[in-house]
Every structure is written in C-alpha cells, then in structure tokens.
Design a protein around this ligand. Sequence first.
Ligand code: SAH
Ligand code: SF4
Length: 416
Amino acid sequence: MTTSFETGETSMAPAFVEKRPIERYAAPAQPSLVGMTREALAESLGAVGVPERQCRMRVQQIWHWLYVRGARDFDAMTTLSKDLRAALARRFTLARPEVAAEQVSVDGTRKWLLRLPGEVENAPHEVECVYIPETDRGTLCISSQVGCTLHCTFCHTGTQRLVRNLTAAEIVAQVVLARDRLGDWLAAEPASAEEPGRGGRDPEKRLVSNIVMMGMGEPLYNFEAVRDGLNVVADGDGLSISKRRITLSTSGVVPNIARTGAEIGCMLAISLHAVTDELRDQLVPLNRKYPLRELLDACRHYPGLSNARRITFEYVMLKGINDSLADAKALVRLLKGIPAKINLIPFNPWPGTKYECSDWEQIEKFSEIVFAAGYSSPVRTPRGRDILAACGQLKSATEKLSARERLALRAMAMTD
Ligand code: SAH
Ligand code: SF4
C-alpha cells in the first residue's frame, strides 16, 4: 500500500524485515488435520480405521497435540500408539498455510501474508493476518474470506476481484500459524533461561490473547465456517481463547446477527460509519438491504448484551463526509439505550480512493463529544501515529505497514 502520510512516512514507518520471498504455492497432496473441528477429526480417525468406541478419546488426545502443544510432527504425539501415528502420517499432514511473506515491526507488530490453496487466472488466494502486541494483551486480526463481495466505497478489500470463502480449518489455521511464529505454544516444561526454545509458555502469559475478525471479508457471509472455526478457537481444551476475547466485525448482515450471538457467543462489532441511511447507503451499500433501523434493532436484541458485554460500533473518519460535530452528536443519539463502545478509526487511504482521513484536530473534537456522552475514549492519541496499524485492506505482499495503516489497525483492534 503506497500510503501518503503527511507527517513523513520514512521516519515514522517501522522497520519491517522481509523474511521470505513469495514462492509459488502448491496445495498439499494430503489433507492437514490442522484446523479441523472435533467432528472432522473423528471422521478422519474413522478413515484410518480407529474403532468407533475409541474415537472420542483419540480425538481428545489429538486435539491436545494440535491446539495446546502445537505439534508439527505425528511422532511428537507420544500418547498415541506408534501404529496410529504411522497410519495418520500416511493419510494426513500437520501442514499450516503457506507463509508467502512475513513482516516484523520494531514494536513487535507482525503481518503475515498467507497463501491458501486455489488459483484463478494466475491470481493466488491470499489473505492477511496481523498480530498487534500491547502491554496487557496481544490481538490477532484474522480474515474470513479471500476478498469480499460487498463493496464498501472506502475499503480496499471490496475492490478485489477474487472472492472465496475460507474454510473453518483455514480460519483456525491463522491462529495456529500465529502461535507457531510467535513461539506461543504451551510446552511440557516451563521455558528455561538456559535452553530458550525448549520450554513453552505459561498459559497466563500467552502472546495471542485476543482475536478480532476484522481482516479480509465479511464473516457473516461465511457464517457456518466462521462459527465452526471460532468454536474451535474458543475451545477450553485447545486454543482456549475465550469468547469474551473474540470480536467479530460485520458490515451489518442483519439476519445473521442473532445467530452470531446464539451459535458463536462472541463479542460483536458493527461497521457503522454513518448516522443516516442516505450516507450509509453510499459508504456501506449493504445498508440498502438492511437499513440502520433494522441493524440497530438487531443490535438491541443481541443475545448476552449487557453493560459488561457491549457492542463495539466502528466509525471510520472520512474528511468532510461523516466527521462533522453534528454527526458526532447524531451518533451518540442513535446509539442511546444500546450498551455500546465507539471506536473511531482513522481512514487508511489506498491508491485510487476518493476519500481522505479526517484531520487530527477534527478527530479529537469528534471524540470529545463521544467521550462527553459517556463512551470511553475511542481513539488513543498518546502513543500516536508511530505505533498504530490497519488490516482489512492490507493485502499487499511486500509493502510495509505505514504509520497510517498501523493507526487504523490499532484503532480497529481496540474493542475493549
Ligand atoms: N467485513 C467486516 C470485517 C472486515 S473490515 C466489516 O466490514 O466489518 C474491518 C473494519 O475495517 C471495518 O470496520 C471496516 O469498515 C474497516 N475498514 C475497511 N477499510 C478501511 C480503511 N481503508 N480505513 C479504515 N478502516 C477500514
Ligand atoms: Fe467487505 Fe468489510 Fe471491506 Fe465492506 S468494509 S468491503 S464488508 S471487508
């Protein structure tokens, strides 16, 4: 992304290290167990001849190796018999998605470009996954689709031609991959100073503690896979990221909002971005199908909603479009009565966009009105422009995260 950032891109941009060049990706010949649900694992075990009555126990054992230990080799699965390990290795792999590029920032932010099986007209299927460390948590921003069928006018993902749904396993695999790359698995013994690499992490000190589904794609247009994938991620015997620490962001697919609460039970974020149907119709064209009134009604009835479990409303700051102080007041009025958090996201420009990010002073004035209405400070200015980041529209293999992108991503990820 060639972002022009007026304060001086070169000095602000973090030093990213390109770890791997892009290579052509050949889909693995055998299926991988990584990312599978319990049901899929049980089926796979059946396929290698594990008797029905043993299946539950074997699934539980493999689950632990896959999602607690991060095993990369069947031989590491020492609670399974040698024969079973060999049978599994003949039919399956423990492969992760191909990492086409990895970028590491000086402040610890990491971005991975993942190449998934499939290719159309020489365009590979690629998604991005970004890890943002903070003092009290580490947030992983994951994708639900390659591209997006919705065409929000300010979003780069919506301009991409290629669209396909990720499978549940590909959704889970993003978390597995992040834990691999961060050395974030629990090992049999605690990490030791003498042998760094040997031990593992204390569960309390896991690096990936939060998930936001704010990467590429509209998760509620890939509902079943997102549901199944997030339920694997939240499983307390496995990856164990609590549903209170998982936030799904939607542009407003109203019929699936109640299902999200009932069948996933994660936190919800709504990409609101405008306070009138007239403007939202332009910015988020899905609004023509599900207008504001219906969207906010669905939010009011979101299962489990309370002051302790608020909905996050995302509001991208577009200069001269939705950033007037009258808009700020209307925003506060519109959300009255809904337990809400408001997240102001600095617009992250991309080549060819007609929008600009609001001026910093305007964002501050806007946020003061929101703050005065009782919402916690939505944009955190102190760490400022040099530390923040954006995903959603970041699919670009070799580009570095600009200061603007980082600002936008950090704002998106701040859901509690
Ligand atoms: N499709 C879902 C989730 C992915 S987008 C959704 O729309 O909610 C994640 C967030 O990034 C959304 O709030 C989206 O509106 C925002 N976003 C998209 N493009 C952006 C840009 N260029 N600058 C800042 N935020 C952007
Ligand atoms: Fe799709 Fe979300 Fe981008 Fe809209 S903002 S085009 S729904 S990814």
